[in-house]
Design a protein around this ligand. Sequence first.
Ligand code: FES
Length: 209
Amino acid sequence: MQPIDKQSDIIPSVTIVDAMISDSAGGSASNGTDENTCLQNIDFRQYLTAAEIKAIEHDVTIMGSREAAGIEALKVVQQHRGWISDHSLCAIAQCLEISSAQLEGVATFYNLIYRQPVGHYVIHLCDSISCHLCGYDDILHTIKQHLGIEYGQTTADGEFTLLSNACLGNCDKSPAMMINDHHYHSLTSSSVVAILNGLSQHVEPADDR
Ligand code: FES
């Protein structure tokens, strides 16, 4: 994930994303996008890059309708910019010819769409029942201690954001977490520290473990 933007979508040194963890899925937060503001201030052709528009139009073709391409379009822009700002959401909605409120609903429902800035690595720690029974508390404590952040916060260097997540589907190998799109399971405090230290050195995992 490479947080970039041609406007103000920049990761601050420490970001509190409380709204993210207030959502039961642990993800998206609304910035209170105003439909009228969108219509007055955003021209998606000026705001979105040619590559983003091309990718969105490709997804529209694949999905069969502009409305159905909402989640894929959000993913496209997030992949380029790291998160979905209000301006990004409005521009995407215009591109798809749907209302920003409708797209906001999609973004809020899908917990891997970030409506606030996040770090380079986003940790989704499973807080569902199997993981709770198999050491979740120790893993959470280790992550908080090692990174010095709480749920919904990003480290000062912009590297890690910590979020809670519902079941990740690795219940037979709990406790589990996902960092960006990589799953980790059978976690111990020492393995978590090793994983975080590796990622701090930008050593990407070769396989699920
Ligand atoms: S309960 Fe944690 S992966 Fe299912």
